[in-house]
Write a protein that binds this ligand. Sequence first.
Ligand code: HEM
Length: 147
Amino acid sequence: IGDPMATVEASGSDGQGVETSVTYYRLEEVAKRNSPKELWLVIHGRVYDVTRFMNEHPGGEEVLMEQAGRDATESFEDVGHSSDAREMLKQYYIGDHPFGLECSRLIASSPPPYPFSYWSYWIFPILGAILLGFLYRYYTAAESKSS
Ligand code: HEM
């Protein structure tokens, strides 16, 4: 009681615990599995070991070899795979890519950063220049009056 580890264990048994057993693979680790002996792909931030599946793939093993050890999300989606194909993915799932899914979610949910930085980039130098122009006119006018 009061031990923080107990809280972690308790939350692990409420159904969300499944998430804690996910294995994360870096893209470099996936990249090593790019041969017919061992063929891994990343699709939507998830890592798949498709070695067994290679010669069963209806689209041919060549296309899988082309994407071997890489993020194949784009090519997988370009083909317009059926929901059956998406179901099949589950059998080959071995883990997640830490920056795959989460990163694309983050990028999708954050507002585009450039409009603000674009304006702040220009507005202060421009305001500064206008202010300097007025100051210059004010002082030169004051000087010519006094002389
Ligand atoms: C583990 C990942 C994959 C699975 C489970 C899978 C599964 C399938 C299945 C079941 C089909 C038959 C058509 C359908 O049901 O949609 C198919 C076709 C096809 N797949 Fe995949 N696929 C995978 C990855 C890829 C990748 C990475 C490519 C990359 C280009 C690809 C290219 C194709 C092509 C070109 C076809 C033929 C489409 C057609 O004949 O109309 N697949 N795949």
